[in-house]
Design a protein around this ligand. Structure first.
Ligand code: DAH
Length: 343
């Protein structure tokens, strides 16, 4: 019986070697290893053998099956290389055997992904997207936002001053005034963009980060409208119920002003370096636009009121994706960025 196997092996290997094209190899594969192939047929004899013989025969037959499968695959490869060479020598100058150029597809930065998402939510509510300069005039960054020259609130937003007297904007709020001056009331705008501060960096502070400003001005706009829009925004972004808290907050350009905090999603509220061990992240400062600011924007304060908010876009991206250190976002480390492979 064992002889039968080694005879089959010798004959099969010889036939495979002699094959001159893939069709012939395929035919042999079926003849030898197919359902009704020679090796399969041989295995049918197993039932007439005693245990010891059956064991030996079975092992040999299986080993042969593996060996022949490998030889057949090798032959297929050999013939396909020959085919390519033949097509080349027949005058074609296209070498299909060359490996392709493997270029990497980029991916969107997590802040960009969140920005686009929020733009989608707000444009759906009829807001327009506006822009403003990163190198901003002192007037728009401070004065027009009710932060006069010697106001202590300026100290909280130290930044980089340029030689021509302008500065790198410390927030996106200047876009509020620019939008009011340009478009008047009623107004519904958002302004995403890069901001700068002279900060010592740590897990939650960077000198360069992103905010998204929002403003709505119309007749009879109230705090109720503000809260509704903020809640809608957060539930859309996180696609689930989020825990928030609202507390009074001071910003010279709103009255009353609020801090809307989000329960820290990195630690679940237990306290971690990202939330400064408080369990809460300051995410959405907001309020009713101060009449002085409306006036700087050229809006009639008798007729119109409005709300505004300044969303920490960078922080929101960190919460959404569980990024615990803000510095990763500006690091240019592709290993970090490639994980967010939305294109
Ligand atoms: N500009 C403020 C900051 O960067 C954030 C802010 C607070 C924006 C309240 C607003 C607002 O529009 O109403 O700290």
């Amino acid at each position: 019986m064992i002889d039968k196997i080694s005879n089959l092996r010798d004959a099969a290997i010889g036939r495979i070697k002699e094959a001159v094209n893939s069709a012939e190899v395929e035919e042999l594969r079926v003849k030898l290893l197919g359902k009704k192939g020679e090796l399969t047929e041989m295995l049918k004899d197993l039932k007439n053998m005693d245990i010891e013989e059956r064991k030996q025969f079975g092992q040999k037959a299986n080993a042969l099956k593996t060996e022949l499968t490998e030889i057949i695959e090798g032959k297929f490869k050999e013939l396909s290389v020959k085919d390519v060479k033949k097509s080349l020598s027949s005058g074609s100058n296209f070498d299909i055997s060359l490996p392709g150029t493997n270029f990497k597809l980029g991916s969107l930065h997590p802040v960009t992904i969140v920005q686009k998402e929020i733009e989608r939510i707000f444009t759906g509510m009829g807001f327009n997207i506006v822009d403003g300069p990163e190198a901003e005039e002192e007037f728009f960054n401070f004065e027009a936002l009710n932060i006069p020259k010697h106001h202590p609130a300026r100290d909280m937003q130290d930044t980089y001053w340029l030689e021509n007297g302008s500065l790198l904007r410390t927030h996106t709020s200047p876009c509020q005034v620019r939008a009011m001056q340009k478009y008047g009331a009623p107004l519904k705008v958002i302004a995403p963009g890069r901001c700068f501060r002279n900060e010592s960096t740590d897990a939650s502070h960077e000198n360069t980060f992103f905010q998204l400003e929002g403003m709505m001005i119309d007749k009879n706009v109230s705090i109720a409208n503000l809260i509704y829009v903020m809640k809608l925004l957060l539930s859309e972004v996180f696609q689930r119920d989020v825990k928030i808290r609202l507390r009074p907050g001071f910003f010279p350009f709103v009255e009353p002003g609020f801090e809307l905090d989000l329960n820290c999603m990195i630690c679940g509220g237990k306290g971690c370096p990202t939330c400064k061990h408080s369990g809460w992240i300051e995410l959405l400062p907001c309020g009713m636009v101060h009449p002085n600011v409306l006036r700087y924007g050229g809006i009639d304060t008798e007729e119109y009121t409005g709300f505004a908010f300044g969303l920490g876009l960078t922080r929101l991206a960190m919460m959404k994706y569980g990024i615990s250190d803000i510095r990763v976002l500006n690091s240019g480390d592709l290993r970090a960025m490639e994980q967010f492979s939305v294109r």
